[in-house]
Write a protein that binds this ligand. Structure first.
Ligand code: CP3
Length: 346
């Protein structure tokens, strides 16, 4: 593994490792995106797919929020579905993802090739381009989707409210379902390792659709695959954030089986931070979990809500401030600047 480029602002990495940071670190899920006029200006010229596939442009957009705000980490501009290139699956964004030929049957699963991770070389190149452009200002977070979350898009062919096809495959053909999750998990481990080799200082694994299944079912059929991805990510030596979106139930279901090491638990906004800390235990570092809608509240209310999160995270080993899900595209950037400033002052 190439040693990562050292960073001037290491508050995020220190907090992730359970050390005392110079200040409380903050970054924002989807911090590079449509709420920024400079992002919309780039998108007026190129499609989202082109942006993800052009390392220089991806790096430009990754750094946009770092230029504008005093954030403590950058996250690679990409998508959790770019890994599908490794399986030869074509994804379009409109703006939500669409897959022409979903994976619905055991025959579809059997026909999937073993992942060719070189098909995602543009992602590792983008990591390298981001690290270069950041020039050691802040660390770069690489990322991937967790196996169930990625597989649900492969199976549904798009976003879903009810995850009907995913559940039907799981009930009708549990072996094919497990085979698919294991195959995605193996690919994801290699994909994350390559991002670290390209210079990523930390990794985040997004289990955005962990709430699709009842917590006990999630724990039995999906969590072992997510856990194996987290283990592989931790084995690279960088801190790893597991963003587990599935409410208090999901957190309770997996809390007793979290890997050891520099693992940060990303909390979704529906779980009160105090409850989350009591579930995962005070020896864990937590990330989150302000309601993204709080950025639409009057300044005083925004600060009170952010202050509540900070206070509730007090007993945890460490805290990385973030939203409890991605920032809305209608957010006023001035509110983000106010939040960043507030978090650093408190
Ligand atoms: O700044 C960052 O956080 C890095 C970039 C990033 C994107 N997607 C860019 C993006 C990251 C980390 C993701 C992860 C991602 N992608 C997740 C997990 C995070 C979560 O929200 O729970 C998921 C589920 C996806 C799949 C996906 N990609 C969806 C559902 C959509 C449509 C969403 C929407 O708001 O319309 C996308 C497209 C997408 N990914 C956009 C961006 C900036 C919008 C594309 C555009 O510019 O038109």
């Amino acid at each position: 593994m190439v040693p990562a480029v050292p960073v001037e602002n290491d508050s995020f990495l220190a907090a992730c490792r359970g050390r005392t940071p110079a200040r409380r670190p903050i970054w924002i899920m989807r911090q590079a995106g449509r709420y920024l006029p400079e992002y919309r200006a780039v998108r007026a010229r190129v499609s989202f797919e082109t942006l993800c596939r052009a390392p220089d442009l991806a790096a430009e957009v990754t750094v946009q929020p770092i230029e504008r705000f005093d954030l403590d980490a950058a996250i690679l501009f990409s998508d959790i579905l770019t890994i599908l290139d490794a399986f030869g699956i074509d994804v379009r964004f409109d703006p939500g993802p669409k897959i022409a030929r979903p994976v619905r049957t055991p025959a579809d699963v059997a026909a999937l090739p073993e992942a060719d991770l070189s098909a995602c070389a543009y992602v590792y190149d983008a990591v390298g381009a981001c690290v270069e452009r950041l020039a050691g200002r802040v660390p770069l977070i690489g990322f991937a989707g967790a196996p169930l979350t990625v597989a649900s898009y492969m199976i549904e062919g798009q976003g879903s409210r009810d995850f009907r096809h995913t559940k039907v495959l799981g009930w009708r053909d549990p072996e094919a379902f497990q085979h698919l999750l294991a195959q995605v998990a193996r690919a994801t481990a290699g994909y994350l390792e390559r991002q670290v080799a390209a210079g990523a200082h930390a990794l985040q694994v997004f289990e955005s659709w962990g709430g699709a299944l009842p917590p006990d079912v999630y724990r039995r059929i999906a969590w072992p695959h997510t856990r194996s991805v987290l283990e592989a990510a931790l084995a690279t030596g960088v801190p790893v954030v597991a963003f587990l979106r599935g409410g208090e139930g999901l957190l309770r279901a997996v809390a007793g089986d979290l890997p050891q090491g520099d693992l940060v638990i990303g909390i979704d906004w529906t779980v009160p931070m105090a409850t989350a800390v009591s579930i995962v235990g005070p020896e864990r570092v937590v990330q989150g979990n302000l309601d993204p809608m709080a950025l639409f509240a009057p300044r005083g209310v925004l600060e009170r809500l952010a202050g509540d999160v900070i206070a509730a995270a007090g007993p945890a080993r460490g805290h990385v401030f973030n939203l409890g899900h991605g920032i809305s595209k209608d957010t006023d950037p001035a509110q983000v600047a106010a939040l960043v400033d507030y978090v650093h002052r408190s």
